[in-house]
Unconditional design. Structure first.
Length: 331
């Protein structure tokens, strides 16, 4: 069996699949204020096309496929896709990233259709501030969604908080307490200069160092470093002694994790993105709709991987992907 190995000897075992670029929230670091999604149905991969592409990636050694968006739960009949993916040999992990707004009604069905764990975005615990950050999101509904995921047994559940200076950085400690009270893991994420919204968010950037100083100041005597193999991703994690909660930071800008990058991204329109910080991509949608056979599509994927860069340049070049929106790429 072929394995996907990039030019820097990194084995690609993780595929992030955006099932839609629509979102019911409009977080200001994720999309421009006037950005509108005009994607037509014919432009978007069908579930059968997604399942075929995922199967080919699995045959090339990918074991983890995360469903993202936009907001993936907006995609009609998403449970049909999770069932299809669950039947693909070689996949051992199919988690979900969501804003949790639709989880109150869907958590149990998702759990019964193979989604055992979830990452949930929540950037504030103050209702009016949450509404401002998300441009009209409802905090109570999101918390209900989190509690629904807990009640049906999704585990682990990770909360993702994008920390922004002068916006929500005063909630670092309260978000930790929220996670501890519910037995959840928490990841603090630096803003990234992707799209005009992300580039503008650079002014609110709070570094991993500054975030961790706050964490250690509040919990230093209770923090235990975790083995990186236990963190399931780029986050460097700290366990809080006496709790079921670990705290991590995802520091794509100030302390990148490119040397261990094991992932690529498939957009809702079928574009294979090799790195969040680079423009290179290839259309797998066009390839499969042109009638390519499986082996030809696999070779296209392997050829594309040869263009995966060694690292991004978020710390020095902030406008190399200004024409993209984070909401279009699945984070």
């Amino acid at each position: 069996m072929n394995q996907i190995v990039d030019p820097f000897n990194r084995k690609i075992t993780y595929l992030r699949v955006s099932v839609t670029d629509h979102c019911n929230y409009r977080c200001h670091y994720c999309r421009d204020e006037d950005h509108q999604t005009h994607t037509k149905k014919a432009q978007v991969l069908t579930f059968e096309e997604i399942a075929r592409i995922v199967r080919l990636f699995a045959e090339l050694g990918v074991t983890k496929v995360r469903l993202t968006g936009g907001e993936p739960l907006l995609r009609k009949d998403i449970l049909d896709l999770t069932r299809m993916l669950g039947g693909i040999p070689g996949l051992s992990d199919i988690p979900l990233s969501t804003n949790a707004h639709l989880l109150p009604a869907m958590a149990l069905k998702l759990k019964n259709h193979g989604i055992n764990r979830a990452n949930i975005s929540i950037d504030s615990l103050i209702p009016e501030r949450f509404k401002e950050i998300t441009r009209d999101g409802d905090l109570e509904t999101v918390i209900n969604g989190i509690d629904a995921a807990i009640s049906v047994g999704m585990k682990p559940i990770k909360l993702n908080m994008v920390v922004m200076k002068g916006t929500n950085d005063d909630e670092i400690e309260s978000m930790i307490e929220f996670a501890i009270n519910r037995g959840l893991d928490l990841r603090f994420i630096e803003t990234m200069p992707i799209g005009l919204a992300g580039i503008e968010a650079v002014d609110r950037h709070l570094s991993e160092k500054d975030i961790l100083e706050r964490v250690y100041s509040a919990y230093g005597d209770r923090l235990i470093s975790q083995d990186s193999k236990q963190t399931d991703g780029p986050a460097k994690a700290l366990k809080i002694e006496g709790t079921n909660t670990s705290i991590g930071t995802i520091s794509a800008v100030s302390n990148n994790f490119c040397s261990s990058c094991n992932r690529v991204r498939l957009t809702a329109k079928g574009e294979l993105i090799l790195c969040l910080g680079q423009k290179d991509s290839v259309s797998l949608r066009d390839a499969i709709r042109s009638g390519m056979k499986d082996q030809e599509v696999k070779q296209l994927i392997l050829n594309a991987i040869t263009k995966k860069p060694e690292k991004h340049f978020f710390d020095s070049v902030v406008d190399n992907i200004s024409n993209r929106q984070m909401v279009e790429m699945g984070g």
